[in-house]
Ligand binder design. Structure first.
Ligand SMILES: [Zn+2]
Length: 566
């Protein structure tokens, strides 16, 4: 039997998706709010008859394996594993027919086993090294529970111990080298760089061990220095968050993102089981995607004032680009962990206060604005301009127009300038400082109509007949080439550079329309969209790459569109 078929036959797509989405029965299908884009009215349809799903807004869809891949952010192999587990199917029985055909899958499995064996080895060693254990317990004041939860084990000083242990377990030298636990020296001997260190294992979102981090423990000055396993086929830093597999089970309705692994563990000690950290890299859009699967309420916690002011501003931009509006929290005097550990009697009060403090942390954008605008009034004109430029550099990442405008008003109130004037300034500075590397594949005018549909911008104008035109767009979307902007807008494939241009076009609409009557807005918008769509349809019908019978369909749509009256 074929594993994929067996899985598809033994799970029901409605059951599986119900674990992630609230589904309601509607005629023969089920509908719900799409988990892949944010929406208020359901566009997400699941068909129990066909065992498929489809979102009619972002166009994600296909079978239950695709769904698990997307929602769990895993590859095909892991999606199969998750579903097999839910269906009580034993993957190992299928080994000969399925897994052996794919050597990468085999290597991945093998590496997971090596990491698991290495973790066992490190575990044994922590009890044989009193110094390491007492360092964690006495100096770092970590409880036994925390040491066990985070599996803070020990790698002994003798480099060949781990190697011999793994070779004894029957792993081949070739695969061991791929695990990143070892390195090959110029003399062709292999050595482990995990020696005499405290080990921090790193798990993926499924709770599988994919990498290790080590840190020196007998020299306080280098305590902050982590070294991670290099990237392997199991471990891509841009896709992994430390402690994500635990934090996703939290009952709290927000997630804390820290800079370091120890911050995560200290927060846990104070009752915050909802903290994660990046693995020594910058935050990526994939990280945000992972976090959004738990919640969009994200608090970034930083050790020092300077950290968030400098490098981490890029983090804020990444969050905004992905429609997350994070809060920011400054960890107070965390390095004084002795004092923290001695807070035992007052623990509850301390924890509660901290919880309130974290929950009430300021929204990062306003916090940033407040800081920049400090001393604005006494600044020189040049300084004032540069301050505004810094703020606009952040604001231009906000793709939601009304939130963008809220911030303009917020700034306006602070410095006593009408938001409209600020907006003029925003446009000027933006054109003055040209964004780099914008690909010119799309003409400037090409953005105007697609921008209406980006992020449901058109809803702002409450146009009644727009749904008719939307239907026409949906029916031609499949014919459009991938790089067509309209297609990108509807399939959520817009690049950052394109987003900027779209935002500009949306602002242009706003400007052109705000003084018109509702009726005039209606006519203007519908008319322009209609002309644009007629143009696209004509192009498609002329295109040599589209088959004749499909062109007949397009002709019918074109005639429909021509008859459309405003
Ligand atoms: Zn969707």
């Amino acid at each position: 039997m074929n594993l994929i078929d067996d899985i598809l036959n033994s799970v029901d797509i409605v059951d599986i998706i119900s674990n992630y989405v609230d589904l309601k029965k509607s005629w023969r299908n089920f509908v719900g709010l799409c988990p892949f884009h944010s929406e208020k009215t359901p566009s997400f349809v699941v068909s129990p008859d066909k065992q498929i799903f489809k979102c009619f807004w972002c166009w994600k869809g296909w079978n239950v394996i695709t769904f698990i891949k997307e929602i769990e952010n895993v590859d095909f192999f892991d999606a199969i594993k998750i579903l097999a587990e839910k269906a009580w199917i034993d993957i190992k029985k299928y080994k000969t027919n399925f897994w052996n055909h794919n050597s990468e899958i085999n290597t991945k499995e093998e590496l997971l086993k090596i990491n698991k064996a290495a973790l066992n080895f490190f575990h044994k060693n922590i009890f044989e090294n009193e110094k390491a254990l007492s360092y964690l317990v006495k100096e770092r004041k970590l409880s036994k529970e925390l040491i066990i939860k985070y599996k803070l084990w020990y790698a002994p000083a003798e480099s060949n111990k781990l190697i011999n242990y793994l070779l004894d377990k029957g792993f081949s030298q070739e695969v061991i080298l791929k695990s990143g636990l070892w390195k090959q020296s110029s003399s062709w001997s292999i050595y482990s760089f995990f020696t005499n260190r405290i080990i921090f294992p790193i798990f993926n979102q499924l709770g599988e061990i994919v990498a290790f981090s080590w840190r020196i423990f007998d020299n306080q000055t280098t305590w902050w220095k982590y070294i991670n396993t290099p990237e392997t086929i199991l471990y891509h830093k841009s896709n992994i968050l430390y402690n994500y597999h635990n934090a996703k089970k939290t009952k709290k309705n927000y997630i804390i993102v820290c800079e370091g692994y120890m911050d995560v563990i200290w927060l846990d000690r104070l009752g915050f089981d909802n903290a994660v950290a990046t693995c020594g890299t910058a935050l990526t859009p994939q990280h945000i995607k992972l976090l959004k699967r738990i919640t969009s309420n994200i608090v970034f916690a930083f050790d020092s004032d300077e950290a968030w002011k400098q490098a981490s501003l890029r983090w804020l931009q990444i969050a905004l680009e992905n429609w997350v509006y994070p809060k920011v929290f400054n960890i107070p005097e965390w390095k004084d962990f002795d004092e923290l550990a001695n807070l035992k009697e007052n623990d509850e009060k301390f924890k509660n206060d901290l919880e309130i403090q974290i929950k009430n942390s300021p929204d990062w954008v306003s916090f940033f604005i407040d800081n920049i605008l400090e001393n604005y009034k006494t600044s020189s004109p040049t300084q004032k301009e540069s301050k505004l430029q810094q703020i606009f550099d952040i604001l231009k990442k906000i793709t939601n127009y009304s939130i963008f405008w809220d911030y303009l008003e917020y700034i306006g109130n602070k410095i006593n300038i009408h938001p409209n004037i600020l907006y003029q300034q925003f446009k000027k500075l933006k054109t003055y400082k040209k964004p780099e590397n914008i690909s010119e594949t799309n003409n400037k005018n090409d953005y105007i109509i697609p921008s209406l549909f980006y992020n449901d911008f058109y809803e702002k104008f409450k146009i009644e007949k727009i749904t008719d035109l939307l239907e026409i767009i949906f029916s031609i979307l499949d014919f459009l080439p991938e790089q067509h902007l309209l297609k990108k807008v509807f399939t959520n494939q817009v690049s950052f550079e394109e987003k900027e241009k779209i935002l500009q076009s949306q602002l242009q609409w706003e400007e052109n329309l705000h003084w018109r009557t509702k009726e005039k807005i209606n006519n203007k918008l519908l008319n322009e969209v209609k002309i644009y769509l007629i143009h696209i349809l004509m192009e498609l019908i002329k295109s040599p790459s589209i088959e004749t019978d499909k062109k007949a369909n397009l002709m019918i749509i074109l005639n429909q569109l021509r008859k459309f009256t405003i």
